[in-house]
Write a protein that binds this ligand. Structure first.
Ligand code: CA
Length: 381
């Protein structure tokens, strides 16, 4: 089998109501998708993660101009060989960010092809599924006005609970005092309801404020405190982990086994969160799992993309071992973004759904999803 062509799709949709996370206002949802064609008629799909402030055209240009010439004519089943080719040949201008996001998209598409070729879901090719269904957690609590939205966020918590979510991640990083006020309002609204919370500041603070917030939330029994400090501040991460009672999570802004070697080697996190759409794809995710396993650190992927990214994340989570085995060890959970994303639900013919608090891992070949091409046309730039 040979790769005959790569088609890049850049999709965008302006949001009716922009929302903020700690780093800025998100005014549109976007996606960089790649479609890899083969001489046997098998087509694979992949997605490069475009975070809320990231122009999707950057990864699209990487795929079109840098990666496509490296994989055309190659055997798509050579996932490991092609990963190293793409990484090495872009190393001097890549290694992080949108370049590894581009590699991630192509790599994911190759795994989709491999699954379709063998008639197996990707999790099976990764060595099998540790779980066939995953508990989703609601990611939400973005701001629409700025500060002072405690009551609105408390109401939102109840909506997530009523929708069936028992775990929720609260976006913080809008000022420590405002964060604390919001958490108390949310905690009060959820009192008596069996729920577990995580918090995520998207590295809004330096060490002093990050510690102050963490200490103020000590009684919330948080599942984790995500990106407390900047991804470059490895010592800061390690300090959080030593001084705060809750598990520390991070890694959505780290890439490849080389980046995670630094993060894990410096003792930064209890939960490592590679995003399959930016860490380097399924292949890099597999490298990172091996590394994390050796450090006793749980991998729990981050995902904020479209249906392709969700499916890739779900296939990957199915194959992630529990880092510290015991009868009742906590299982990895699926990030389920609840913010507005006009084409996420529409992009595949059978959108992922939560039933009785669980999301099933698609059992079909490859990613296990089918793209609705009319949706590509509707949102194409
Ligand atoms: Ca995050």
């Amino acid at each position: 089998m040979k790769i005959t062509d790569l088609t890049v799709h850049v999709l965008k949709s302006p949001l009716a109501e922009p929302f903020a996370f700690s780093q800025g206002w998100v005014k549109q949802r976007s996606a960089t998708l790649v479609e890899v064609h083969t001489d046997q008629g098998i087509v694979g799909w992949g997605e490069a993660f475009a975070q809320g402030l990231e122009p999707p055209e950057i990864a699209a240009a990487v795929i079109e101009h840098a990666l496509k010439p490296l994989v055309l004519g190659a055997d798509p089943l050579d996932t490991e060989v092609l990963w190293h080719r793409m990484y090495h040949r872009t190393r001097d201008y890549g290694r992080k960010g949108s370049v590894t996001a581009g590699i991630s998209a192509v790599d994911t598409a190759l795994w989709d092809i491999a699954g379709k070729f063998h008639g197996l879901p990707i999790c099976k090719l990764l060595g099998g599924a540790f779980r066939l269904r995953v508990q989703p957690y609601a990611t939400g609590f973005y701001r629409i006005g700025g500060q002072g939205e405690a009551q609105r966020l408390a109401d939102e918590a109840l909506r997530h609970f009523d929708a069936g979510f028992t775990q929720m991640k609260v976006k913080l990083g809008y000022g420590v005092d405002d964060d604390i006020a919001c958490m108390h309002a949310i905690g009060k609204a959820l009192q008596g309801k069996a729920t577990r919370l995580m918090v995520d500041t998207n590295h809004a603070y330096g060490r002093a404020d990050a510690l102050r917030l963490g200490r103020a939330l000590a009684d919330f029994d948080l599942r984790w405190y995500e990106e407390p400090v900047a991804p470059e501040d490895l010592n800061g991460y390690a300090e959080m982990r030593q001084k705060l009672p809750m598990p520390i999570a991070g890694g959505e802004n780290e890439h490849t086994l080389y980046g995670f070697r630094e993060l894990l080697g410096a003792g930064c996190v209890d939960v490592a969160q590679p995003d399959i759409g930016s860490c380097g794809g399924i292949s890099a995710g597999r490298h990172i799992v091996a590394l994390a396993q050796a450090h006793g650190v749980q991998v729990n992927p981050h995902v904020w993309g479209s249906a392709i990214a969700q499916a890739a994340s779900l296939q990957f989570i199915a194959a992630v071992p529990v880092a510290n085995h015991s009868l009742f060890a906590p299982e990895p959970v699926l990030e389920y973004d609840r913010s507005s994303h006009p084409f996420r639900q529409q992009l595949i013919t059978r959108p992922l759904q939560m039933t009785d608090g669980w999301v099933e891992v698609p059992g079909g070949p490859g990613l296990g999803v089918e793209v609705d091409r009319s949706v590509l046309e509707a949102y194409r730039v």
